[in-house]
Design a binder for this molecule. Structure first.
Ligand SMILES: NC(=O)C1=CN([C@@H]2O[C@H](COP(=O)(O)OP(=O)(O)OC[C@H]3O[C@@H](n4cnc5c(N)ncnc54)[C@H](O)[C@@H]3O)[C@@H](O)[C@H]2O)C=CC1
Ligand SMILES: CC(=O)[C@](C)(O)C(=O)O
Ligand SMILES: [Mg+2]
Ligand SMILES: [Mg+2]
Length: 346
């Protein structure tokens, strides 16, 4: 296991060089990997594992669009595609890739089929960490492991097809067989991870829920809306407000941050921009710190989990969610975005 120094702090990281695919195949050669749930992570992980030569079956509610999608992806009903019950019965590694709220309803079904020596796999620390709310308490004689790709299942698949890998966190919650750690790493390689960063279930879910509610999604969407609103109210046209808020961010500046860091992006902008950005970044940091601390408290207290579960188990919730997304899509800001996206010259 490589020890890598991150800005002065040493952490354990597994690389594909030290744990090559052939080794992962050897570790898991006798396993039947049952991917339960075929939403976003399900397809990404199942297809990558299948292409990597693992024995993969899918369990999904019959008569659902996702069941049809699994068929279209080449899983064959009765051979590699089953009901959730049957896949869980057949699987020796049961990958719980249902939505976090959906995992609660299905847990009794999975638990019954988690016989001694099997492995329960998650891509989120949610169900285990918030066990008071989810009632997900695995039997003591099974291994419980986690591989959480740090990105969308869509990106996991796309990167894999391009020959790359998305980095993932991995963790062991329960090691009944003495092989849980090895299995977690092998699964991480199997699903198409690049590098694997060691964590625990609680740290994974706390950081993940904070990240997606914060900078990655919630804060990003909120700050974009705020700046667009200010520019529009001060008389700027939709296209100008959008270009200076989103288009330049995604097309020019954030790729530079990804390439070589914040200072690299800054140094590729004018000194005027650099002066202003350095002066204002502190104000934005101080303004958002209390919000981010509130957010972390809400995650750590279980409030965010409670809301996820409460909303996620309400009938018709997916339609409600879609209606909320539609409102975003149909706002002037994102309608402008749709037009601006068509005006990209490639
Ligand atoms: N979406 C992503 O790319 C990422 C997701 N994760 C984690 O991976 C896991 C799976 O997430 P997603 O793929 O987003 O899930 P999802 O929200 O797309 O749902 C997965 C599947 O669960 C099924 N399902 C939901 N409720 C059910 C119920 N009551 N009974 C039977 N089936 C039910 C749905 O039909 C769907 O096929 C979660 O723990 C999530 O936090 C981790 C990293 C990224
Ligand atoms: C894609 C991902 O890693 C997220 C944002 O945490 C999620 O979809 O839950
Ligand atoms: Mg995440
Ligand atoms: Mg998440």
């Amino acid at each position: 296991m490589a020890k890598i120094n991150f800005g002065g702090v040493e952490e354990t990281v597994v690389t594909r060089e030290e744990y090559p695919l052939a080794k992962a195949q050897e570790t898991l050669k006798d396993e039947v990997i049952a991917v339960i749930g075929y939403g976003v992570q399900g397809p990404g992980q199942a297809l990558n594992m299948r292409d990597n030569g693992f024995n993969v079956i899918v369990g999904q509610r019959k008569d659902s669009p996702s069941f049809e999608r699994a068929k279209q992806d080449g899983f064959v009903e009765g051979e590699t595609l089953f009901s959730i019950e049957e896949a869980a019965e057949r699987g020796t590694i049961i990958c719980n890739l249902l939505s976090d709220a959906g995992q609660i309803a299905v847990w009794p079904t999975l638990k019954e089929r988690l016989t001694a020596g099997k492995t329960l796999y998650f891509s989120h620390g949610f169900g285990i960490t918030f066990k008071e709310q989810t009632q997900i308490v695995p039997p003591a004689d099974v291994d419980v492991i986690l591989v959480a790709p740090k990105g969308s299942g869509t990106s996991l698949r796309r990167l894999f097809l391009e020959g790359g890998g998305l980095n993932s966190s991995f963790a062991v919650f329960q090691d009944a067989t003495g092989k849980a750690y090895e299995k977690a790493i092998a699964m991480g390689i199997g699903v198409g991870s690049g590098y694997l960063f060691e964590t625990d279930f609680k740290k994974e879910v706390y950081s993940d829920l904070t990240g997606e509610r914060g900078v990655l999604m919630g804060a990003l969407a909120g700050i974009i809306e705020a700046q667009y609103q200010v520019l529009r109210q001060r008389g700027h046209s939709p296209s100008e407000a959008f270009n200076e808020t989103v288009e330049e961010l995604t097309q020019s500046l954030v790729p530079l941050v990804g390439e070589n860091g914040m200072d690299w992006m800054f140094s590729n902008c004018s000194v005027t921009a650099q002066r202003g950005a350095l002066d204002w970044k502190g104000k934005f940091r101080e303004a958002t710190l209390p919000v981010l601390n509130d957010l972390y408290d809400s995650v750590a207290s279980g409030k965010e989990a409670a809301r996820t579960i409460q909303r996620g188990s309400t009938p018709g919730y997916r339609q409600e969610l879609e209606a909320e997304l539609k409102e975003v899509r149909e706002s002037e800001l994102w309608q402008t975005g749709a037009v601006v996206r068509k005006l990209r010259s490639k």
